[in-house]
Ligand binder design. Sequence first.
Ligand code: SDX
Length: 437
Amino acid sequence: MSGSTTNAGGSVTVTLDGTNKSMKLPLLPGTIGPEVADIRKLYSELGIFTYDPGYGGTAACESKITYIDGDVGVLLHRGYPIEQLAEHSTFLEVAHLLLNGELPTPAEKHDFEQGVMRHTMLHEQLRSFYNGFRRDAHPMAIMCGVVGALSAFYHDSLDINDPEVRRISAFRLIAKMPTIAAWAYKYAIGQPFIYPRNDLGYAENFLYMMNAVPAEEYHVNPVLARAMDLILILHADHEQNASTSTVRLAGSTGANPFACIAAGIASLWGPAHGGANEAVLKMLREIGHVDNIPGFLEKVKDKNSGVLLMGFGHRVYKNYDPRAKIMQHTCHAVLKELGIKDDPLLDLAAELERIALHDEYFISRKLYPNVDFYSGIILKAMGFPTSMFTVLFAVARTVGWFSQWKEMIEDPSQRIGRPRQVYTGPTQRDYVALDQR
Ligand code: SDX
């Protein structure tokens, strides 16, 4: 097969070598970013598929939500740079932006916040789900189970074709995730579940449910509430990452949003994706001291060791992940607020980053810190146990997952996701009776 682009006509011509068969693939222009060759008719016209394991060169959908320019390290939500949203916005405002396309007016902001905060409670029957888990269950396992179970509680929310049902489902999922997450934590440490307080802000209420106990009053530190809100903003969406693609694929079958988000949580859990924040802290503890960094990096560079520098590298960013920069600054602010002058893990992480960024292995592969590199250090300082780090990612990403799921459902060109394959197994053969094998 050979190809040539003719940008003027907005197409690329593909010719099957050795035949007189060729076809024009239309080029779909985005508002920004590279043009995308439309291969939908390739099989019907030329009888061939494309091969792209890991989807490194495949656009699986059209989207208006998030744009990343990985070469320069730019991240835009609905056109707004992440740095501006992090500085000026709130998580619920960003949630409105992702879901509805625009920053809310003051009246819309009020209604949206009320809409979310009125759905923070869980059905009382859902409490008993927690008792079915071992006390030492990983909270991500609890998240997968309890979020999936939500579909059993909202029979009225399962008509995905009704826009009003979708609106209420978004409120329910965004509102209930912090409650589900905080209860997973309380269950693990054997403390009573704390019910949500709708007079508090979204992040504030989450910290309240995590840290309060019924026996005494608890006031959330506003600096920490703001830091939590910021962390949620930074994790809210990231275009077609693995968990979002999982949500879209599950949703393409017509499955209800609660089931789809549960699938997204499962996908996020892996250490190559959202589980990396937990893995970073484990890695830093294992390295232990700056003196051990060179030895550790030698292991990373040895392909047979199976050791990776967790929190480094990204499929799309070949430059600094802009979220990692903001996270690093937030880290210092949080430690200062908590009166922590020197955090050995932060010092170790900074030195690890410095050495890696000057090392030929990482330079040549364009490996930079990603969002997960510093987030664990902040979360640890805020008192979160390591096992809750990925749970926090899931709480924040729920709005991104839902926005992407909603966009897909509302897209008239949406079809069930169904990739093809290069089959390399045996060709047809006849069954052999057991006594002849
Ligand atoms: C997230 O996609 C998203 O948007 C995800 C995310 C989001 O918000 O949704 O941004 C969140 O998942 C962040 C990533 C968290 N994961 C980690 O920190 C785990 C460590 N990183 C890697 O496993 C890896 O970099 C990935 C999974 C993030 C990206 O994998 P790719 O795109 O498939 O890259 P690759 O494995 O093909 O790597 C290219 C080269 C390879 O070397 P060579 O074979 O060319 O010699 O770089 C090497 C890799 O071995 N490499 C690393 C490395 N990451 C890549 N070597 C050492 N340490 C690493 N971390």
